[in-house]
Ligand binder design. Structure first.
Ligand code: NOJ
Length: 984
C-alpha cells in the first residue's frame, strides 16, 4: 500500500518539515539519477567549460537543401561530424499564421524514432504558407514573413543553427550554444571473454560496466563523454529499465537573447515566472521535469514533475512575447538560466522521439495564445453546470449520504451544482460496478440529485482490476487492447487501488469504440457490457492517469512496456493520460442522441488536453503555502492552454482550521474549476458544517460564484475561440509593464476583474498592484482606487470576510444576483449590469454570451451574444446600449459558427424572450453628476432610479466612495437592442 494512504493528516502533523519533504522526493528521480538527463547536462557543462572552443558538430549539407516551389517548406540533410555515417533530416515549414515548425529526425537508423507526438497534440495538419519563399545561399537558407515582412527565419548550415528574428532582433535561437545532440541508434558493443574451455562468451559484467567510449582527446569524448553512461540499462531503486533500443535521447538549447522572463512548461509547483535552475535553491538545482507522475504530498516549491506535462514555453520582454512548443511525449528535462537580466537560455533534454519544435512568433501574448490554440485547439466551451460549485470528498459513503449532503446544502441555502463520488462507490474498485451494500439504488440517487437540477460526477480510473468477473477487464482482454509488458506479449500487470490491475492501451484504435460504448446507459445490441445503472446526469472524473502504478518505477508504468504499434511506454508516457480523457469525454458525449457536452476532469494532461475538459492540481496539502502555489499553478496551466483548472479547495490532506477553509473558498471561487475535495482520513468539512461567522462568509462566496456565472461563461466563449486564457496574469494584460512580469499572486479574470486572493494567516490587509492610470472599483463597496501609468501599489482592507476584487474602469459585467440552489434554476433569471465607467472618457464596454449550456446547438447558431456599451456622446448625456454582437462582428462566435450565418432571432434567443429574460438592474459606477432624467429610448416614461453622490470616474485625482446610479427594472430584454439615456 502506498505510504500516503496510511499517512493521514494526524501523522503528517507529527513530522517535521524536512521529514515531510523527504517523504515526497525519494520515489522520484533527480536529473543525476536519470541517465539521459545526466548525459545531457554533462554535455552542457562540457560546452560551458570549453567556452568559445565549443562547436556544434551538426551541420546542414548545403547540396541537399530542397525547397518546395509552391510552399514555405524546405528539407535538407544534416550530419554530425562525430558520426559521419549517421544521417539526419531537417525540415522547416512556415505556417499560414507565421508559426515556424522545425523537425529533425534520424534517417535510415537501426530503429525508427517515435514521431507521432504531434499527431496527438495537434487538431489538424497546419496549413503551410503559400507565399513565403525560402532562399538558399552558400551559408544559409532564409525566409521573411509577416504583414510587413518583420519576421526572418534563418537556418545557418555550419554549424546548424535556427534563428527567428523580428525587426532584425533575435527572438528564438535553436542550437546557438551548440547543445543539439540526437543520440543515434546503435548496436550494443559486447565485450567478449573466454570460457574455461577457451570458447568466446560475452563478459557478464560488461552490461553494467561503464564502457570506455573514446579517449579524452577524441572530439567524440569532448562531445559525448568518456564513458558510456546509462546507455543500455538503468536501475532506479529496485527497478531496472531494460532499454531495448539503447540510447536515443535528444538535447537542444533554445535561447531567447532578448527575453528576460519565461513562463509555462506546466505542471510544476512554483512561481509563474520560472525561477532559474542554477542551484542556489536545492529544489531548483534540477531542471524542470516533464514526466507525468503521481507525486503525493508534493513540495510547494520545486522543479519536480507533477501530474501533467505541456512542453510549451512563453518568453517575454517589453518588446515581444514568443512561444516554443516542443511536441515530444517522452520524459523531458528543461534547464532555465538567465545569463543577463534581459536574456534567457533553456536546455531541453528528452529521452526519445524526434525534434518537432514549433516557434510561435507572437509578438503579443494574445498572438502566442492564438498561435498555440490553432495548433492544439482551444479549451472546450464547458457545460454550464460545470462552472458552478462542485462538492467532493473521498468518499461520500452511500446513496443516503449523498442525499443527506444535498439536503444540508439546501437547508443552508448554499448553492451547489455537482456531488462527486470517489473510488469507494465501486465494488472492489471495479469502476462502474456499484458496491451494492452502500449504493443499493444508484439510479434513484442520481435521479434524486438530478430532480433538483444537479449532476453527479463519478470517478473512473484507468487501472482495470484483473478478474474475469469484471466485464471491463474481460472484454479488454478478449479484444487484446491492454498494455503489454516488456517484450511485447501478454498483459502488463501492476498494482493500484484495485489490486492486481492492467491498463487499457488507448493508442490502440480497437479500444476506442469499445470504450465509448461502455458508458451507454442502456443495453447494447452486441451483447457487450455497458453501464446501464447510470444516467445522462453522471459525468466522469479520470484520476490516476499518469498512469499511477503503485509498484512501478516512480509510481508509474515501466518505460519498456509496449503500446500499440510496438512503441515503448517511454515514447508516449506524457501523452498517455490525455488519450484517456479524450476517449472518456467522447464516451460521455455519445451517451445521448444528439450528444450533450461532457464534463470530464483529468489529473494527467498533455498539450491538447484542453479540448477534453478540466484538470485540477492533484493532492495538495492543507497549508497556506499550497493554497498560494495553487494559484500560480492554475495561472501557469492557463497560459499553456489548460485554462479550465483549479485546486482542491481546503487542501486534499489535512484538516484546515475555519480561517484557512474560508480563505481557500475565496481562492477557489476565482478559479475556473471550483471544487472542494478532501482525503479519506480528513474530518468532514462541507461548508454547512462551519460555525458562524465562517458559514455565512462561505455561503456568500458560493453565492458570489453563482452571481458571476454569466461572466465566467462569456469568458469561456472567448477562450474557446481564441485560446486566450480565462485567468490572465499581469504580464498578459500589461505586456509592456516590467513591474508586472513577476506578479503571480493577483490576476485578471478576463480583462475586467482584478483579484488578489488572500493566502496568509491572520491577514487584515492586502497590497494590490495597479499597472495603469485607471480607476478600479471595489467589487463590493464600490470604493474607487486609482492606478498610475508608472504602476502603483494600493493597500486595501482584507479582513476574513473580504477578498480584494476590483472592477476595472471601462468594463461592463453581466451578473445574476438572485440566490438559487444551482445553475440550472438560474437559466431564466434576469441580469444586473455593473457598469464601471472609465477614467478617461466615462465610457465602458462588456459582453454577454449565453446558450443552452448543455447541447451542441450553439454550433448551429443557437445562442445570444450581446455587447453592452456606455458612452458619452456629449457632456450632458450618458447612453447605455445593448446590441447584437454576433451580427456586428466579423469572425467566429463559437467553435465552428461563421457569423455570416447567424440569425439573431434563433430558437434559443426566442426561448429567452418567451421567458421575459431581461435586465432588471443597472448599477453605473462613477457617474459624473446627478442625473436629470433616465429613460429607455423611444419611451417617455421616467425610469425608477437612485443616485448616490460620490467620486466620479473622471476625477482622476480622487479616491473614495464612488458616485452610483442604480436604475431599477428598465424592462429591457437581454435578447433585444435597446438604449437607455441618462441626461446629466
Ligand atoms: C488520488 C486523487 O488525486 C485524489 O483526489 C483522490 O481522492 C484519490 N486518488 C482517491 O481516488
Amino acid at each position: 500500500m502506498r505510504s500516503w494512504t496510511v499517512l493521514g493528516a494526524v501523522s503528517l502533523c507529527l513530522l517535521s518539515a524536512s521529514d515531510v519533504l523527504a517523504v515526497k522526493t525519494h520515489d522520484f528521480k533527480t536529473c543525476s539519477q536519470s541517465g539521459f538527463c545526466r548525459r545531457g547536462r554533462a554535455l552542457a557543462s562540457r560546452a560551458q567549460a570549453a567556452a568559445n572552443q565549443w562547436k556544434s558538430p551538426y551541420s546542414v549539407d548545403a547540396s541537399s537543401v530542397s525547397i518546395a516551389s509552391d510552399q514555405a517548406k524546405f528539407t535538407a540533410g544534416v550530419k554530425s561530424s562525430l558520426y559521419p555515417d549517421v544521417k539526419f533530416s531537417l525540415e522547416l515549414r512556415v505556417h499560414e499564421d507565421g508559426v515556424v515548425r522545425v523537425r529533425m529526425d534520424e534517417v535510415g537508423g537501426l530503429h525508427k524514432r517515435y514521431d507521432e507526438a504531434a499527431s496527438w497534440a495537434l487538431i489538424q495538419e497546419p496549413t503551410i504558407h503559400k507565399k513565403v519563399k525560402w532562399t538558399a545561399s552558400k551559408k544559409d537558407v532564409r525566409a521573411s514573413f509577416g504583414a510587413n515582412k518583420e519576421f526572418d527565419i534563418i537556418v545557418a548550415y555550419q554549424p546548424l543553427q535556427v534563428t527567428l528574428l523580428r525587426n532584425g532582433k533575435e527572438q528564438v535561437v535553436l542550437n546557438g550554444k551548440g547543445l543539439l545532440h540526437m543520440e543515434h541508434f546503435r548496436s550494443k558493443a559486447v565485450v567478449m571473454t573466454e570460457t574455461e574451455e577457451g570458447e568466446p562468451k560475452p563478459e557478464a559484467a560488461a552490461e553494467d560496466a561503464q564502457q570506455v567510449l573514446a579517449k579524452p582527446e577524441d572530439p567524440k569524448a569532448w562531445f559525448e563523454g568518456e564513458t558510456e553512461d546509462g546507455l543500455w540499462e538503468e536501475t532506479f531503486g529496485s527497478f531496472t529499465d531494460s532499454k531495448p533500443k539503447g540510447p536515443e535521447s535528444l538535447s537542444i538549447d533554445i535561447n531567447f537573447p532578448n527575453h528576460g522572463v519565461v513562463y509555462g512548461i506546466p505542471q510544476h509547483a512554483t512561481r509563474l515566472a520560472l525561477p532559474t535552475t542554477s542551484g542556489e535553491n536545492p529544489f531548483f538545482s534540477d531542471p524542470y521535469r516533464l514526466y507525468n507522475a503521481d507525486v503525493f504530498e508534493y513540495i510547494a516549491s520545486s522543479t519536480m514533475s507533477l501530474y501533467g506535462s505541456i512542453p510549451l514555453l512563453h518568453a517575454h520582454s517589453v518588446d515581444s512575447t514568443v512561444g516554443v512548443f516542443h511536441a515530444v511525449g517522452s520524459e523531458t528535462w528543461i534547464d532555465v538560466a538567465h545569463p543577463t537580466e534581459k536574456s534567457t537560455e533553456t536546455h531541453w533534454i528528452s529521452e526519445s522521439g524526434i525534434m518537432d519544435v514549433f516557434l510561435l512568433p507572437g509578438p503579443t501574448p494574445e498572438d502566442v495564445f492564438r498561435q498555440y490554440s490553432r495548433l492544439t485547439g482551444a479549451a472546450v466551451l464547458p457545460a454550464y453546470f460545470s462552472l458552478g460549485y462542485h462538492q467532493c470528498r473521498w468518499n461520500y459513503v452511500s446513496t443516503d449520504d449523498v442525499r443527506t449532503v444535498q439536503k444540508r446544502f439546501d437547508e443552508e441555502d448554499m448553492p451547489v451544482d455537482v456531488f462527486w463520488l470517489d473510488i469507494e462507490y465501486s465494488e472492489d474498485h471495479k469502476y462502474m460496478i456499484w458496491e451494492k451494500k452502500n449504493f443499493p439504488d444508484p439510479v434513484d440517487m442520481i435521479n434524486d440529485v438530478a430532480a433538483l437540477g444537479r449532476k453527479m460526477v463519478v470517478i473512473v480510473d484507468p487501472h482495470v482490476k484483473r478478474t474475469q468477473d469484471y466485464p471491463v477487464y474481460k472484454e479488454a482482454s478478449e479484444l487484446e487492447v491492454l498494455v503489454k509488458p516488456k517484450g511485447g506479449s501478454g498483459e502488463y500487470e501492476g498494482w493500484c487501488w484495485s489490486g492486481s490491475s492492467s491498463w487499457i492501451d488507448f493508442f490502440n484504435p480497437t479500444s476506442w469504440d469499445w470504450w465509448i460504448s461502455l458508458f451507454k446507459p442502456h443495453k447494447l445490441d452486441n451483447g457487450r457490457w455497458s453501464w446501464i445503472d447510470s444516467t445522462e446526469a453522471v459525468h466522469i472524473w479520470n484520476d490516476m492517469n499518469e498512469p499511477s502504478v503503485f509498484n512501478g518505477p516512480e509510481i508509474t508504468m515501466p518505460k519498456d512496456n509496449i503500446h500499440y504499434g510496438g512503441w515503448e511506454h517511454r515514447d508516449v508516457h506524457n501523452i498517455n493520460g490525455m488519450l484517456y480523457s479524450n476517449l472518456t469525454s467522447q464516451a460521455v458525449a455519445a451517451r445521448s442522441d444528439p450528444p450533450k457536452r461532457p464534463f470530464v476532469l483529468t489529473r494527467a494532461f498533455y498539450a491538447g488536453s484542453q479540448r477534453f475538459g478540466a484538470m485540477w492540481t492533484g493532492d495538495n496539502l492543507g497549508t497556506w503555502e499550497h493554497m498560494a502555489v495553487g494559484i500560480k499553478m492554475v495561472l501557469s496551466n492557463g497560459i499553456a492552454g489548460m485554462t479550465f483548472s483549479g485546486s482542491d479547495v481546503g487542501g486534499f490532506f489535512g484538516n484546515p482550521e475555519p480561517e484557512m477553509l474560508v480563505r481557500w473558498y475565496q481562492v477557489g471561487v476565482f478559479a475556473p474549476f471550483f471544487r472542494a475535495h478532501a482525503h479519506l482520513d480528513t474530518k468532514r468539512r462541507e461548508p454547512y458544517l462551519l460555525d458562524e461567522p465562517y458559514k455565512g462568509i462561505v455561503r456568500d462566496i458560493l453565492r458570489l460564484r453563482y452571481s458571476m456565472l454569466p461572466i465566467w461563461y462569456t469568458l469561456f466563449r472567448e477562450t474557446s475561440v481564441t485560446g486566450i486564457p480565462v485567468l490572465r496574469p499581469q504580464y498578459v494584460v500589461f505586456p509592456k509593464d516590467p513591474n508586472g512580469f513577476d506578479i503571480d499572486d493577483q490576476y485578471y479574470i478576463g480583462t475586467s476583474l482584478l483579484v488578489k486572493p488572500v493566502t496568509s494567516k491572520g491577514a487584515t490587509e492586502a497590497t494590490v498592484y495597479l499597472g495603469e492610470d485607471q480607476v478600479y472599483y471595489d467589487y463590493f463597496t464600490y470604493k474607487a482606487y486609482r492606478g498610475s501609468s508608472k504602476g502603483k501599489n494600493i493597500t486595501v482592507s482584507a479582513e476574513l470576510y473580504q477578498v480584494p476584487l476590483f472592477i476595472r474602469g471601462g468594463s461592463i459585467l453581466p451578473t445574476r444576483e438572485r440566490a438559487r440552489r444551482s445553475s440550472s434554476s438560474m437559466k431564466h433569471d434576469p441580469f444586473t449590469l455593473k457598469i464601471a465607467l472609465d477614467q478617461q472618457s466615462s465610457s465602458a464596454r462588456g459582453e454577454l454570451y449565453l446558450d443552452d449550456g448543455e447541447s451542441y446547438d450553439h454550433q448551429k447558431g443557437e445562442f445570444v451574444w450581446r455587447e453592452f456599451r456606455a458612452e458619452k456622446p456629449n457632456k450632458k448625456t450618458l447612453r447605455i446600449t445593448s446590441k447584437d454582437l454576433a451580427a456586428e462582428k466579423p469572425g467566429v462566435a463559437v467553435e465552428g459558427v461563421a457569423l455570416a450565418k447567424f440569425d439573431p432571432s434563433n430558437a434559443y434567443a426566442k426561448s429567452l424572450e418567451k421567458e421575459n429574460v431581461r435586465v432588471e438592474r443597472l448599477v453605473v459606477l462613477g457617474v459624473p453628476g446627478l442625473p436629470k432624467s433616465v429613460k429607455v429610448e423611444g419611451s417617455s416614461e421616467e425610469l425608477v432610479w437612485e443616485y448616490i453622490q460620490g467620486v466620479a470616474a473622471g476625477e482622476s485625482k480622487k479616491e473614495g466612495y464612488t458616485s452610483i446610479l442604480k436604475i431599477k427594472d428598465p424592462k429591457v430584454l437581454v435578447t433585444k437592442d435597446w438604449a437607455i439615456t441618462v441626461q446629466l
